[in-house]
Design a protein around this ligand. Structure first.
Ligand code: SF4
Length: 183
């Protein structure tokens, strides 16, 4: 690779699917297509940390947005992004192009255009309403908690970086988003 002076930030599991909630990693060409396109175009790839993995590890259950919408999780998201904000500033100060931040639509944490929410919580074995609870999940037009905190930090430091969400349920739109970044 040559020094293109172009970098992009990817949510962690695009490069390392192993941090996803167990059972969620699907066989898909999406990640490889994104990574191949970035490498072919000589784009430097920065992997963001996975906030869910860092806070709750590999044995976490799948969550909805409301369960992560706590002061502690927001503080944690903010703290883990701060060093990346510093890197973005330094790239920009040195005339590098920060092409964007790619999130995962549908994620309660890393969703850009869409996230999942619902009336989840409590002890599953103590209720016979668990099916209704599970069925309350909805995909809504809102950002995940990590993406919201990243946006707040970037707004505070007056740095304008575009965000793109990729989606495993709409791979064609995801490829289009990548083409847009690379043109
Ligand atoms: S929190 Fe973000 S990086 Fe981690 S598994 Fe979920 S979508 Fe991927």
């Amino acid at each position: 690779m040559y020094r293109s002076k172009k970098v992009i930030l990817l949510c962690h599991c695009i490069l390392n699917t192993n941090t996803k909630v167990e059972g969620l990693a699907k066989k898909s060409d999406l990640e490889k297509t994104i990574i191949d396109a970035l490498i072919e175009n000589q784009i430097g790839i920065i992997q963001l940390p996975c906030p869910e993995f860092m806070c709750y590890g590999l044995k976490r259950w799948g969550h909805v947005r409301a369960q992560f919408d706590t002061p502690h999780f927001r503080k944690s998201c903010k703290a883990i992004f701060e060093p990346y904000a510093d890197q973005i500033i330094n790239y920009i100060d040195n005339d590098y192009e920060v092409l964007g931040i790619i999130g995962i639509d549908g994620s309660p944490t890393c969703g850009v255009e869409r996230t999942c929410d619902g009336d989840w919580g409590g002890e599953w074995t103590s209720t016979d309403q668990w099916k209704e609870r599970l069925d309350s999940i909805q995909y809504i037009d809102k950002k995940g908690i990590f993406i919201e905190e990243i946006m707040k930090i970037l707004a505070d430091i007056k740095v304008d970086v575009p965000f793109f969400g990729v989606s495993f349920s709409n791979t064609e739109a995801s490829y289009e988003a990548i083409r847009k970044i690379l043109k």
